[in-house]
Design a protein around this ligand. Sequence first.
Ligand code: ZN
Length: 189
Amino acid sequence: MTGTTKEQWLAIKNGDTDSDGRFFYAVMGSKRVCRPSCRKKSYDPKRIIVFDTLAEAAALGYTPCSRCHPELERWEGPKKQLASAAEEFIREHYTEKFSLTVLAEALHVDKSYLLRTFKEITGSTLLEYHNTVRCEAAKKLLTRPELTAAYIASAVGYVSASHFTQVFRRLTGKTPTQYRSDYMEGLDE
Ligand SMILES: [Zn+2]
């Protein structure tokens, strides 16, 4: 634990993400430790305490800031983090029926905020992403000739095979049968 060098202070003042991971800081009087890029500024540089490691800060009773998450290796801001968490949840549950309510509850956020943020960050809707993950899984299964399209539809979560075909075609430009025969032809080459 040290005082701040001019370089460190500038990194904190400018929210320099390149300095993230190189050191951590806290403001005297608070019990939160931050990465240099954390957006909560206008401190007196004399009140900044610098740590080389998070462990050092933790040993002195500082806990990770909930805005900049210094304990996470990669932190891209709360909106990106939320979108990534939504993608991860969907990838783990893609065979289940899509439910905005379940997803929002799992991520502890408001439903409309989740919808808006996901669209803003990824350019896609949650349902579209859910369908995309299912179709990626279906593509892998379609490379196995012993599996029927109806079986694959239900394996990736579609109740109706015709709905699966419709979604698959919209997302990939091919029907499952076309995708399979193109794949097989590719194998023959
Ligand atoms: Zn912070």
